[in-house]
Design a protein around this ligand. Structure first.
Ligand code: NAD
Length: 357
């Protein structure tokens, strides 16, 4: 039976990096004798232009009938009107909610060939291997009310952070289960000194921790964590955080690896279906110029093959091919170094495929 993959290339550099990912999947399919059936659909700004909404019911159906979703990124200045009721990111929020994807896994390792692409000192980066588990279906992204209004003192605005204990428990269990397969340490991030949701998060996290006595556990306040993450990133294994804290910390963490263009992610729920996407956005500043780094998208397909389809050999082959291209000095502009072999998005994709055999 074919593995059905719903593909949403999205906006900006999304179609450029997803184009390379799809060509790579086609090659992997042949080489490993897989049966992959990809169906493309619109999401984000391109869907607003075509249909007036960020995600149509039929596009959502393509996702709900798939075994895995591959996504580029959505949004851009063209659709940035803050007053507009229709916004590109509604597509992603809708997909996550409808597919029940509550844990966003963002693995981060420092590639030994790219130590100098980071702004941090090499001795800080040596041996970094962590994974951020970001809660994905709660928090301020979904809390209601979220609105602007006029009050007695003029303009007012309100956002809401809301969590249930069940939402916290399931993402903490995902984090502990992951830690068991890794270096057995979980760091839970919150703002328990200020926020009621964080105090409940910490309470539930500590309860779940009791079921995993073999895993080292700590709570860290998010402001302190943003400092520890770049001062001593090697000390962390699995970092669990609520939606917005996880979002912010992973952009910060991407600088440990060297570029947003390097980091893949997997969003998972109860079943084996996942949504796989690079952590970066649509990068309007470089869109259409063949400058985007496609490696995060390629590595996202490796995560898909591993986590949704259990094709570990195919996943490792992509990761090894990426590593080989980097070891030979090929670099897109975002990770360029003196005397590197500078290439564009398409060429980097081709080089990785060439090394896949
Ligand atoms: P961004 O991630 O698009 O870009 C930030 C910086 O990183 C830019 O300088 C960009 O050129 C660079 N960059 C990002 N990906 C790169 C890659 N693959 N190769 C080389 N350089 C890369 O973030 P932003 O500028 O804050 O947002 C731009 C748009 O993307 C906004 O509309 C935002 O809403 C959207 N966005 C979408 C998603 C998503 O769809 N999941 C995530 C984040 C941002």
């Amino acid at each position: 039976m074919a593995h059905k993959i719903a593909v949403f290339a999205g906006d900006g550099i999304g179609p450029e990096v997803i184009g390379e990912a799809l060509e790579t999947l086609t090659l992997v399919e042949k080489r490993f004798g897989l049966n992959l059936a990809c169906e493309q659909a619109l999401a984000g700004g391109c869907s607003i232009d075509a249909h007036g909404v960020a995600l149509t019911d039929s596009a959502l159906r393509v996702a709900t009938e798939s075994d895995a979703v591959l996504l580029g990124a959505v949004g851009g200045p063209k659709w940035d009107d803050p007053q507009s009721a229709v916004r590109p990111e509604q597509a992603i929020l809708g997909l996550r909610k409808e597919l029940g994807l509550y844990a966003n896994l963002r693995p981060l390792q420092v590639n030994r060939h790219l130590v100098h692409a980071s702004t941090l000192k090499p001795e800080v980066l040596d041996g970094v291997d962590l994974i951020v588990v970001r809660e994905l279906t709660g928090g301020v992204y979904y809390g209601r009310p979220s609105e602007r209004r006029t009050g007695p003192d003029g303009r007012e605005a309100v956002d809401t952070i809301f969590y249930t204990e069940g939402e916290v428990e399931r993402v903490m269990r995902t984090s502990f289960e992951l830690a068991r397969k890794r270096r057995k340490k979980v760091t839970s991030v919150d703002k328990a000194n200020i926020m009621a949701t964080s105090r409940m998060w910490r309470e539930v996290a500590n309860e779940v921790a009791k079921d995993y006595p073999d895993v080292e556990y700590e709570d860290v306040l998010v402001d302190a964590m943003s400092m520890h993450l770049i001062r001593r990133p090697r000390d962390f294994d699995v970092i669990a955080a609520e939606n917005m804290f996880g979002d912010i910390l992973t952009d910060e963490a991407s600088m440990i690896a060297g570029s947003m263009g390097l980091l893949p992610s997997a969003s998972l729920g109860e079943g084996s279906r996942g949504l796989y996407e690079p952590i970066h956005g649509t990068a309007p500043d470089i869109a259409g110029q063949d400058k985007a780094n496609p490696l995060a998208a390629l590595l996202s397909t490796a995560l898909m093959l591993r986590l949704s389809f259990q094709h570990e050999d195919a996943a490792q082959a992509i990761e090894a091919a990426v590593d080989a291209a980097l070891s030979e000095g090929y670099r897109t502009p975002d990770i360029a170094q003196p005397e590197c072999r500078l290439v564009g998005c398409k060429e980097m994709g081709r080089l990785v495929r060439e090394r896949l055999g």
